[in-house]
Design a protein. Structure first.
Length: 94
């Protein structure tokens, strides 16, 4: 049996940004901005060639960044054009 090396000590002092995959970037933006009070930082569409080069998808991707009132940033990744909602299982969160 192979023995794995001991893990290196890891000390996280700050999380600068959290990325969340969502099925609809517009709905996520409205929720985090209007309901939770986050500020919109940016909303961009990444072209297919750049998205593919960064391992996201072979189609345009929407990247929305918001900031909480405490300074944490969240990044939402979604298809530039949301799919039909009927194709998602009912338990899948938007």
């Amino acid at each position: 049996m192979r023995t794995l090396p001991a893990p290196l000590p890891l000390a996280v002092s700050d999380i600068g940004q959290i990325a969340i995959g969502v099925s609809d970037g517009a709905q996520a933006t409205v929720f985090y901005r209007d309901v939770l009070g986050c500020a919109l930082v940016s909303d961009i569409t990444v072209p297919p060639d750049k998205a593919a080069a960064n391992g996201l998808a072979d189609e345009p991707c929407r990247v929305v960044r918001v900031q909480t009132p405490y300074g944490e940033r969240l990044k939402f990744l979604s298809a530039a054009t949301p799919p039909d909602q009927d194709v998602h299982p009912r338990w899948l969160l938007a």
